[in-house]
Design a protein around this ligand. Structure first.
Ligand code: 5RP
Length: 215
């Protein structure tokens, strides 16, 4: 019998536990796959120093399990960061931000010694861009950033009604075939008003676990 998407997510999340060592501060991403990870982490809450969280949603789930949530500023380097993704290419470069938590996710990924990405098989692609690329923007810059995206060949769509944990808005960029993810990440980052880009190419994942198997 084939595995459901949720089974694949759970298996990946549980397999990520092997990268969590006693005494670690664990970076925790956001999303349905990470929810399985938080549930697995709960069994080891007394062995770890605590968690650094990438969203209010994950913080709530961590605290509900009695896991100590720490401020990144008080922690410095994070030994391991576990997070999901919306797409993953063969070089472990990712599109993230389907859950609008990309900015804090990117900050923790940057602070992490090891970034473990946990996904189901459908997230694997040869070239990034089928999933609309999320960009967090300062609200007053929404249409300015949108026009710049059109000039880069993308089709921007405002995720209306969504306000990020940082009080900003999300633009999803459709119709991009991202041949050079690092270059596009750099270009988008230079548009005034862009807070962060859901391309994790400059800092890709170190380890990718697909349906429970490290690839
Ligand atoms: C949130 C994210 C998530 O990791 C991404 O959307 C995948 O989510 P899920 O595990 O629910 O499929 O980037 O901002």
């Amino acid at each position: 019998m084939s595995l459901s998407k949720d089974d694949e997510k759970r298996l990946s999340a549980e397999a990520a536990m092997q990268y969590v060592k006693d005494g670690d501060v664990v970076g925790v991403g956001t999303g349905s796959t990470v929810a399985f990870f938080i549930d697995a982490l709960a069994a080891r809450r007394h062995d770890i120093a605590g968690a650094v969280s990438s969203s209010e949603q994950s913080t709530e789930r961590l605290r509900a399990h009695g896991i100590h949530v720490m401020d990144l500023n008080a922690v410095g380097t994070v030994p391991v960061y576990v997070d999901g993704a919306d797409e993953c290419d063969p070089h472990n470069r990712l599109i993230k931000g389907g859950g609008a938590a990309l900015t804090r996710e990117k900050i923790i990924a940057e602070a992490a010694e090891r970034f473990v990405c946990v996904i189901d098989a459908a997230k694997q692609v040869d070239v990034l861009g089928r999933f609309p690329l999320p960009i967090e923007v300062i609200p007053m810059a929404r249409s300015l950033v949108g026009r710049a995206i059109v000039r880069l060949g993308g089709q921007p769509a405002w995720r209306e009604g969504v306000v990020t944990d940082n009080g900003n808005w999300i633009i999803d960029v459709h119709n991009l075939r991202i041949a050079d993810p690092v270059d596009l990440e750099n270009r988008l980052n230079q548009i005034p008003g862009v807070v962060s880009v859901g391309l994790f190419a400059r800092r890709p994942a170190d380890v990718v676990i697909v349906a429970g198997k490290t690839r």
